[in-house]
Design a protein around this ligand. Structure first.
Ligand code: SPV
Ligand code: MG
Length: 284
């Protein structure tokens, strides 16, 4: 089964799938090792790992390169975060062509105006006109070579404070245009507005969520409510930042690495993760 077919099967199965934000190949390996179903090439994480804010600064080629590294590291399917699609319809078409050719399983586009701002930043959000965005989805759907390649349309209507009716209107337009799944994003501290959306949506397509601000919503409850896929979008990066800060402070304060030696992964573990013995067989 191709990675694209596997992503599609994850979205269509009964059990809620869980995918994890991965900014690089090593993160992807750890996500696979931990037993998750797939990967999310997060524009927030990839930007942050280059010390850049998530403001649509990275080009399509930069996100494609980072996504390819993530994709090649494991056999898990990758859903790539392609922000607003880097322009108009023709840019979405080329994005679909390039990501599909790279073996990525699917792409996600969001209905904000370029350059987008991360959904959790304070301040307003500019939504793209719904019909214009639907046109991009329609063009992207036509541009793919394999019908298994997944197109996720993400509406930011709730993030922009435009309410449930507007979120539903947009989601229906995007599904009419050929989106395979809808990502409904919310920045509320509870899943209340996502639940309202799910109830009204009636499973017209699979629904994807990013529960960053409502982390206590039980997976079983999300599944019962009809969520097809959960994205843990940024936790591996945030865990790394916390761990690196702690260790670096301690090394500086203590004047050496002795005290933290048993808190960092042994070199042997990295040799294993990077498959050094397999590579050395080539030179033997
Ligand atoms: C990302 O991880 O880049 C996302 C999710 O798009 S969010 O940060 O919630 O916008
Ligand atoms: Mg993003």
């Amino acid at each position: 089964m191709s990675k694209a077919a596997r992503l599609r099967a994850l979205l269509e199965r009964k059990e809620t799938a869980r995918i994890v934000g991965s900014r690089d190949a090593l993160t992807a390996l750890l996500v696979e090792e931990a037993g998750f179903d797939g990967l999310w090439a997060s524009s927030f994480e990839i930007s942050a790992s280059r010390a850049l804010p998530d403001l649509g600064l990275l080009t399509m080629a930069e996100l494609l390169e980072a996504s390819s590294h993530v994709n090649e590291a494991t056999s898990l399917p990758l859903l790539a975060d392609c922000d607003t699609g880097f322009g108009g319809r023709i840019n979405v078409v080329r994005t679909v062509q390039q990501f599909e050719a790279a073996g990525v399983a699917g792409v996600c586009f969001e209905d904000k105006v370029f350059p987008k701002r991360n959904s959790f930043l304070l301040g307003g959000q500019n939504l793209e006109e719904a019909e214009e965005f639907a046109g991009r989805i329609e063009a992207g759907a036509r541009a793919r070579r394999s019908s298994d390649f997944t197109l996720v349309a993400r509406t930011e209507a709730l993030i922009a404070g435009r309410g449930l009716d507007e979120a539903l209107r947009r989601a229906h337009l995007y599904a009419d245009a050929g989106a395979d799944a809808i990502l409904i994003h919310s920045k509320k501290r509870t899943p209340v507005e996502v639940l309202e959306f799910l109830q009204a949506w009636q499973a017209r397509t699979p629904v994807v969520i990013v529960p960053t601000t409502y982390p206590h919503w039980d997976l079983a409850d999300a599944q019962a409510a009809g969520v097809s896929m959960v994205i843990y979008a940024n936790h591996a990066l945030r865990a790394s930042v916390s761990a690196m800060r702690d260790v670096l402070t301690e090394i500086r304060v203590r004047g050496g690495t002795g005290a933290i030696e048993d808190r960092v992964a042994p070199m042997k573990e990295l040799f294993g993760l990077t498959d050094v013995s397999k590579w050395e067989e080539w030179s033997a």
